[in-house]
Each structure stands twice: as structure tokens, then as C-alpha cells.
Design a binder for this molecule. Sequence first.
Ligand code: ARG
Length: 464
Amino acid sequence: MAKMWAGRTDGITDKAADDFNSSISFDSRMYRQDIEGSIAHARMLAKCGIISEQDCALISEGLAGILADVESGALPVDLSCEDIHMFVEQVLTERIGDAGKRLHTARSRNDQVALDLRLYLRASSDEIAAALRELIGVCADLASKYKDCIMPGYTHLQRAQPVTFGHHLTAYCMMLLRDLDRVRDARKRINISPIGSCALAGTTYETDRYFEASELGFPEISVNSIDGVSDRDFAIELCGVIAIIMMHLSRLSEELIMWSSFEFRFVTLPDSFTTGSSIMPQKKNPDMAELARGKTARTYGNLLTLLTMMKGLPLAYNKDMQEDKEPVFDSVDTVLACLNIFIGMLPGMKVHRDNMRRAAGEGFINATDLADYLVSKGLPFRDAYKLSGRAVARAVETGDTLETLPLSEYKALSGVFDEDLYRAVDLDACVARKKSTGAASPASVEEQLKWLSEELRKYDQGIH
Ligand code: ARG
């Protein structure tokens, strides 16, 4: 069949070219946005006297019928159409005749596709924000529950200083909160209407771009028509934000994988979010966390695909830009799937306080506290640091910890040591004393969570 755009050519194309050119298999998911955009366009055309009110009514009803039929399954998307825009217009024209052919006045597929993508990604960013918000709540609840659960804090994956599991989880809350802020920020630049830019030069018709934008809930329009159809920054930015979210989820995944290993035994993931092995009966694998970590890679790839696809394009629209959709849709799907997995999985996680505590008791992670003790006795920190190190070395020799090394041993190293050193190296006391702003003590963590819940309250109430 000849194409809708047959004109200069007869519109008869090679089957291979059609298949190569077609985007409907992946842009059909924007059917709703395409239809909503077209209804707004028809209203604008009628309001400006470019089409009649009658035609506008026919078009709007026709499009509403198409939406209902696609949604109910009564109208399957015809994959032989070039793209979703052509499909909707073709069905509309079949259904209502000439009025349907008037819809594309003062519009091009170039501004139409930019509009559809912005509408789609605006909704996606809202979904991502809602899932992030929920996950922050889940992490904050856990953090509060385990704010006194002592675990070793690590640097270089070596036991460093005692912290609490709640303190550690609060760190993730902060990352996710910044992610939420980034999503909202990206949304601002998604939420700009390109429609009315037409092919690239605008139009001779007396259109009202502001009216059409406000029909679709856009607070702003693109100020320059060439930019309106050339810009894909908004999709790239969202992909960038998603890549950062995934990086955070991937770090958490990595920790869950380690913590649930037999070597750590800090947590047990819920059975319903783990898998067994087909050969090793004892296995309980953290597949969900591994997949989230693995899927992070594809979101990085998607970001790089978009950046690379755009970098050499002369203004304005180029067909290369049809390649924008699969990567950005994949990133959106991936991050939503991963966020939802974490929302489901984390509340059912068992936390083994005893094992965390035991791990914190080994490895001399209170050596800094012993040095601080010596500073309180008047030693300069550098000297205190050395002396504490010698106490560690002696404890390694005797097979002790700093808590069990006898006072006589301490005294042999320096007369500064006294009975009260044992209070200084007690793990609970070590953590409780970390009460600087943002620090590990349960009281500090409580403050952090209070700050967080205030931020979330502002977010929930739409106060920015
Ligand atoms: N399917 C196309 C895309 O996704 C729609 C825009 C086509 N415009 C054009 N002038 N060929 O980019």
C-alpha cells in the first residue's frame, strides 16, 4: 500500500526498507500520549479557527474511541504501520473520513514525536519518583529499627570502626533522597511543550502554542522551534538520573549479596526473593540483588547510546533520533522493576544482630577509640595512635581483643593506661560516643532520620 506520505514519490517502498524504517514495535507504547496530544492539537486548531468546531468534535470523539479500543484490545496495533503516529491517524481517517485528514494541519511528526516522548517520560518520571519515595520509606523504617544494631563499618572492605546497621542504611536513604530530587529536577526539563514547532520552522497558521501546551498540562513551551524538535537532552538527562539510581541500587545489591553469604551471615534474604540451585541442594541464591547489579550495566549502556546517537547530528530532526526510544524505555522499565524488587524484598530480610555484633568485636575496630582515650589522658594524637597500635600488636600476640587484653599488659606498654580504658573500648560505648552531627550513635542516627522524615513530609506535601 502507498504510504500516507506518498507525494514526491509514489510511496511504494521495499519490504526490507519498511521493516528497517518501522518504529511501531517499540513506539506503540506511546499510543495514549499520541492520542492525548492529538486531541489537544485538534482543540487548538478549532480554537484558532483553523478547523471547524464540528471537525474538532469528530476528531476528539474518534480519537477517544481509538483510545478505548486500543485499551480494550478491540483494536490491535497494526504492526505494518510505520509508527504509532501514522497508525492513529490512519485509523482515525478510516473511521471519520476527511476530518481525520485535517488533524495534521500545523503539525509535523517531528514535533509530534517530541511531544509524545515528553508526555511519556513525564509520566515515567512520576512513577520512578513514587517508587523511590516508597523505597526510602522502607529503608528508613529498617534504619530506625536497627539504629542500635552494632556492625563493623568498613573502609577498603576492611573492618574500620563500629557503626550500626541503622546508620549504614540511613546512608542509602540519603542517596535515594538525592535521586528523588534528581528525578524531580529532570522532570522540570521534560515538562516543556515542543508542539507547534512543526517540522522545524514553525508555521504560517495562527496557532496558539501556549493553549495547546496548557491543555496537556505543560507550564512552559520550547522557545525556539528548531530546538523544540532537535532536543533530546530531556531523555538523556532522565537516562543519566536512572543510571545514578541504578548505581546506588547496585551498591546495595553488592552488599546484600555479601551480607547474605556464609562468610558474613549478617542478613538472610526472604525465601520469596531468592532462588535455589538445580544441583546444589543447600543453595539459596540472592538472584534479585545480582540481577539488579547486572541490569545496572544496561542502563549505563542506554545512556551512552543516547549520548553517542546525538553527538554528531546536525540540527534539526534526523531519523537517527528514532533510535532514542528503545534505550530510554529500557532504562525506565529497568529502574522501575529494580525499585519494586527492593520495595518487596527488604522488609522481609532477617537481620542477624548477633553475627554483626560478633564481627564488630573482632578486628580491633575500637583501636581509634583507644587512641582517643589516650588523647583524653593528655597524649598528643600521633603518640596516642602509636601506643594504641602497639596495644593491638600485643593483643594479636596474646590472642586477645582490646577488651580482653589484661591491664598488666597495657601497663607494660605505658603507665598512662588505667582501668577506665575498658569503658573506652566497649563497643556499645564506642558507638554511643559517636554523637557528632551525622555520626554513628543511635541518637545521631535518630536525628538524621528526623531530618529525613521532614524532607519526605515536604516532598509528600508538594513543598519544594
Ligand atoms: N518514528 C519517528 C521517530 O520516532 C517519528 C518522526 C518521523 N519524522 C519524520 N520526519 N520522518 O522519530
